[in-house]
Structures are given as structure tokens and as C-alpha cells.
Design a protein around this ligand. Structure first.
Ligand code: AHM
Ligand code: MG
Length: 327
């Protein structure tokens, strides 16, 4: 049991290239927070924790009580982590500094509860994390490009609670063992099939889509007798973590384009704590992640809560969408 499914700690401390001990502590603190959030979600109906918090966040979105509870759990679990300098959360307007930044300190970006519109209907939600480093003593700039990420992870609160992590050497999935609460390696070396026939997009926004996205989806929908010469399947959970997990498991493409309605804002999904970590994980699993044509990861952020278009998944499909953009 122990060897076939090593615990997260064993995995982190047995890497070929040893990981900085303070990063191991930070990842363990993140995983502990996820375990606590998973337990809170399970008991939420008994504790009056479902529903709206009656407030809006910096994005003018309705905050759920559980958005705030999850944010608080992560901050409390990680704030004593050695070398962690700042927290940047979807639910907080500004970066929350924990210490004077020194070279090599860590910066934690997170979306505490992604897909939270799904909570009250009991569909899977998740938490997303990205870790980067402080460039030099006193550097308070948190606007790091995704290429600077030291690691990225998400927790999926589904039928099995999972923690999926990349330290830049592949993607590894850990399942939370009932009873011990340990995250144990169950999905080593996750990789995305290059060719697939499944796409994920919120089709209710079709009238707003840019021309290349419309053409791509039309050609998928045309099926066997259309230009793609095969049938496609469609899935949309409205929980990015669940959609990305499906793609890491069996392939496919996910699209949340900037469109005629959200284009002014840059799109819907946020760069620092949604697009960047997911792009890092997807690339590490052999897939691709773009803004439509350009890679997401090199983009230099302009603000904490910047929104961007996101296209990610199987490399061949993401490349095809880039071709539609070029045309
Ligand atoms: P959130 O962080 O406020 O939950 O928003 C992000 C979510 C993603 O999980 C998901 O892909 C998308 O928003 C769903 O959007 P839509 O409501 O248009 O389907
Ligand atoms: Mg989110």
C-alpha cells in the first residue's frame, strides 16, 4: 500500500531533484487547507454554510458563504508557512503581505473555491493554486508571468477528493484516502492524449463568440459529414477544475473566449490564479494552453485580477483553434 500509493509527503521528499524544504511545507499546508475545505463542503448543509454571503467581491460577483470560508481556511493554513511572503486571492482586492519580501520567498496565488455557482446544486467544485518566487529583497511586484511559476495545483472536491500537482516535471494526482485523510499518489504522470473528440464551452454565449471560435465549434458540431470527418462530444460543468480534470484524464479542449459581451473586461477567467496554474498543469501533461493563438504562460500580467481568454487541452485541437485565428 505504502509503496504503490505513496503519501504526498513521501512523494515530495523523494524527488530526484530535491525540493526546498519550505516549499514542501507550503505544499503540505495547501493540501491541509484543501482537506479542511473538503470536510467543510461535506457538512455545509448542516452548518448553514450554503448560499450567498450577501456581499460582492472585487469582480462584482456574488460571494457565496463558502467562497469566504474557503479563502479563510487557506489563509489560516498557509500564513505561518516559512518563506511565504504574500497571498493573492480571487476573494481579496489586494495582495496580503505576511512579511517583508526577501529573495526566493514564495508568493501564493489562489482561487479558494472555483465554480462556486455549483455549490448549492451539489456539483463538483475545486480550489486552484499557483506558487511563484520573489525576485529580490524588497520586491513587492506580484505580477509575475506564468513561466515564473514554481508549481501549480488544484483540489477537486468530487466523488473522490483529489489534489493534482505539478512541480515542473509532469503532473501527478493524489486521492484523499477515506479514514486517514492522507493524499496518496493514485494518478502518476498524467498525460493528455494529443487527438481527441470532446469540447467544452458555454454554448449559451454562442451569439457573442468571435468568428474563429464559432467556426471551430460549427465544424465540430457538423460531425462525421462535416470538415472534421468525425463526431464530437460536448461537456460543460461550469467548474473549471472539473473540466480541466476531465481533460487531464481523457483529453479534449476547453474554451472560455473573450467575446462580444465580456471582451471589454478581457474575458471571464482570471490570469494569475485560474489561467496560469491551469496552463502550467496542462502543458506539463503534454497539452497546450493559449489565449486563442499565443501561449498563456509568457503573458506579463497588468493587474492582480486581470481576465484573459482561455483555450486549453489536447495539443492538436488547441493548435487547430490557433489556425482558425490565423485565418
Ligand atoms: P468563479 O471562480 O467565480 O467560480 O468563476 C469561474 C468559473 C469557472 O470554474 C468556469 O469554467 C466558469 O466560471 C463558468 O462560467 P459560466 O457561468 O459562464 O458557465
Ligand atoms: Mg474561479
Amino acid at each position: 500500500m505504502t509503496d504503490r500509493h505513496p503519501t504526498l509527503r513521501r512523494f515530495l521528499t523523494r524527488q530526484a531533484a530535491p525540493i526546498d524544504a519550505n516549499l514542501v511545507f507550503l505544499i503540505e499546508d495547501i493540501a491541509s487547507a484543501c482537506r479542511a475545505i473538503g470536510n467543510t463542503l461535506r457538512n455545509a448543509a448542516f452548518e448553514g454554510a450554503q448560499g450567498s454571503a450577501g456581499a460582492v467581491n472585487v469582480h462584482r460577483e456574488d460571494q457565496k458563504k463558502l467562497d469566504l470560508i474557503a479563502d479563510d481556511i487557506i489563509a489560516r493554513s498557509c500564513e505561518n508557512s516559512p518563506d511565504l511572503a504574500a497571498l493573492v486571492s480571487e476573494e481579496r482586492e489586494a495582495a496580503h503581505w505576511l512579511k517583508t519580501p526577501e529573495t526566493g520567498d514564495y508568493l501564493l496565488f489562489y482561487d479558494p473555491l472555483d465554480g462556486s455557482s455549483n455549490i448549492d446544486v451539489n456539483i463538483s467544485v475545486g480550489s486552484i493554486f499557483s506558487v511563484a518566487r520573489v525576485a529580490e529583497d524588497g520586491d513587492t511586484d506580484v505580477l509575475k508571468p506564468g513561466t515564473d511559476q514554481r508549481c501549480a495545483a488544484y483540489a477537486l472536491y468530487g466523488p473522490t477528493m483529489m489534489f493534482v500537482l505539478s512541480l515542473g516535471h509532469g503532473v501527478h494526482g493524489f486521492s484523499c484516502e477515506y479514514g486517514t485523510g492522507d493524499f496518496r499518489l493514485t494518478h502518476p504522470g498524467m498525460s493528455i492524449p494529443e487527438q481527441t473528440s470532446e469540447f467544452a464551452i458555454n454554448a449559451s454565449r454562442q451569439r457573442f463568440w468571435p468568428v474563429p471560435v464559432r467556426a471551430y465549434v460549427d465544424h465540430c458540431l457538423a460531425g462525421e459529414t462535416g470538415p472534421r470527418g468525425r463526431d464530437f462530444n460536448m461537456r460543460w460543468t461550469a467548474s473549471m477544475v472539473a473540466d480541466v480534470h476531465r481533460i487531464l484524464t481523457r483529453g479534449g479542449i476547453f474554451l472560455y473566449p473573450a467575446d462580444a459581451e465580456n471582451g471589454q473586461a478581457g474575458g471571464k477567467l482570471r490570469l494569475l490564479y485560474e489561467a496560469n496554474p491551469m496552463a502550467f498543469l496542462i502543458e506539463q501533461a503534454g497539452g497546450a494552453a493559449t489565449l486563442g493563438a499565443e501561449r498563456i504562460l509568457p503573458l506579463l500580467p497588468e493587474s492582480h485580477h486581470q481576465r484573459v481568454p482561455v483555450v486549453l487541452g489536447s495539443a492538436a485541437e488547441v493548435a487547430r483553434l490557433a489556425e482558425y485565428h490565423a485565418q
